[in-house]
Unconditional design. Structure first.
Lengths: 159, 339
């Protein structure tokens, strides 16, 4: 009888571990969505804030497992190749390189697709400031909630 | 040249971490020019770069540069790819030593190079070491002899548009031993053609944008990581010290939602003490989601969760949450609360 019980418990524990991990992931996604919403709310009506709010709602409803940051970063790789080949002959590679980076930045900063470059940079500055604040809040929260006083403000790399 | 090996080591040290994460992104641009050492040199003041380039080129050029670089050529090839350069790493390595030691021997080096390239002298006053986010990381470097390798025409961001016209004649005049208006470093021997030099030109704008992009990405990644960490941390939370926290961090954020007419006092904070932080997060998420999506339906969401009706809590304390943690236990036990 003990054997049966033990086996059952082991299997149950494994299943529970997976479920727990799934729960944690799901919870993490929700937390991240909430953080994005908080970020959007604190944006004081800027373009990126509005777009972030809209996007967060859509993502959360349609596809909870979507990770908006990931596929944004990978897509400019293809564009880079094409643009480079096109521009190598006119020898304007500088501008092409800059344009590619601007395109990448557009994808990173929400809601900036249709903006001019000047506006984009301004939005980016605001977005960076807000992200920094967001990270600070989450770090403080993690430190507080962890209870053990984990380092909430790890050393940032010098920039 | 005592400074040379030290500087060379600095470059290597700076490049190895820089080229690591950036190596994957250099694939497309690697064909334009290869090695990783030159981009580090470009961050140096001119004098320092000069003294590094000249003796190094004459000596064992293959020693330092190819270490981190994906360059196929055995000779040190200097890349034009801004991705290879991690400004943060570079500046951390070069920020301190730049003004000190290279200064004295710079005079000597300049004299040497002046013999080879006539226009070095009047070029140097233009070159300064700018801060991280200002324009030229890259500036004109002294022309190397044909022994050297590397090739980069540099230009400040402001003159980006004009430089095409400006540099073409000078680049076109680049024989291996020519002395063009710009002093520059070559990528390879015998490849100083127009298109090649121009192909390796790097704009300060691209570097700045690169830095910006990296910053945004790193912040976004931190948010992601912290959200996962919070998710993992939540179940074990102890709400002992949460009182002040709520009135500061959470309260401020939640307070922003009051604009939409949602009365926080109606929120069933009592549940927290019973069910833990998980509830807190869920409450917040629902709160925010409903706030943005359907400001008018927020109240119904609270009720759906079986929280009890607002009037029950409207008489509680006048604080922002309309709720006193110490007395929550009494209230929470009454309504039917889902786990």
């Amino acid at each position: 009888m003990d054997h049966h019980v033990a086996v059952f418990e082991v299997n149950g524990q494994e299943g529970m571990m997976e479920k727990q991990q799934q729960l944690v992931r799901e919870r993490g996604r929700r937390i991240k969505a909430a953080a994005e919403l908080g970020l959007a709310r604190s944006s004081r009506g800027r373009q990126w804030g509005r777009a972030l709010g809209r996007r967060a709602l859509v993502v959360d409803r349609k596809d909870p497992s979507a990770y908006p940051y990931e596929f944004e970063v990978t897509s400019p790789a293809g564009k880079h190749q094409v643009a480079q080949e096109e521009a190598s002959s006119p020898e304007e590679e500088d501008e092409v390189v800059v344009e590619e980076k601007v395109a990448l930045l557009r994808q990173l900063v929400p809601g900036s697709e249709d903006m001019a470059v000047e506006g984009l940079l301004e939005e980016t500055a605001d977005y960076i400031a807000a992200l920094k604040a967001q990270v600070g809040v989450m770090r403080a929260l993690a430190c507080l909630l962890s209870g053990s006083g984990l380092d909430a403000l790890p050393e940032e790399k010098p920039q | 040249m005592p400074e040379l090996p030290a500087a060379g080591a600095e470059i290597q040290a700076a490049l190895i971490p820089a080229a690591g994460p950036a190596a994957s992104s250099t694939a497309s641009a690697a064909g334009r020019g290869g090695g990783g050492s030159f981009t580090a040199l470009l961050g140096l003041p001119t004098s320092q770069a000069m003294e590094l380039l000249l003796p190094r080129a004459a000596a064992a050029a293959g020693a330092a540069p190819p270490a981190p670089a994906p360059a196929p050529a055995p000779a040190p090839t200097f890349p034009s790819d801004p991705h290879l350069v991690d400004p943060a790493a570079r500046f951390s390595a070069f920020a301190s030593p730049s003004p000190s030691s290279p200064a004295p021997p710079a005079g000597k080096r300049k004299a040497d190079t002046a013999d080879r390239a006539t226009k070095v002298g009047h070029r140097t006053p233009r070159l300064h070491f700018h801060s991280l986010l200002s324009e030229p990381y890259y500036h004109s470097s002294p022309e190397l002899t044909s022994d050297c390798s590397g090739g980069l025409l540099t230009q400040g961001k402001s003159a980006k548009k004009g430089k095409t016209a400006e540099e073409k004649p000078t680049a076109g005049g680049d024989g291996e031993d020519d002395k063009p208006a710009y002093v520059h470093v070559r990528a390879r021997r015998g490849q100083a053609t127009d298109s090649h030099s121009l192909a390796e030109r790097v704009s300060g704008t691209a570097l700045v944008l690169d830095e910006i992009i990296n910053h945004v990405q790193s912040l976004q990644r931190q948010v992601e990581y912290l959200s996962m960490r919070l998710a993992a941390v939540n179940p074990r939370v102890d709400f002992g010290g949460l009182d002040s926290f709520l009135t500061t961090e959470c309260g401020r954020i939640a307070g922003l939602n009051c604009k939409n007419g949602i009365d926080l006092e109606q929120v069933t904070w009592p549940e927290m003490s019973v069910h833990g932080a998980r509830h807190l997060m869920q409450l917040q998420q629902q709160f925010w989601h409903s706030d943005l999506a359907h400001p008018h339906q927020a109240a119904s969401q609270w009720e759906k969760r079986g929280d009890g009706h607002p009037p029950v809590f409207s008489s509680s304390s006048p604080s922002l949450f309309g709720y006193d943690l110490t007395s929550s236990g009494k209230i929470a036990r009454n309504p039917t609360t889902p786990s």
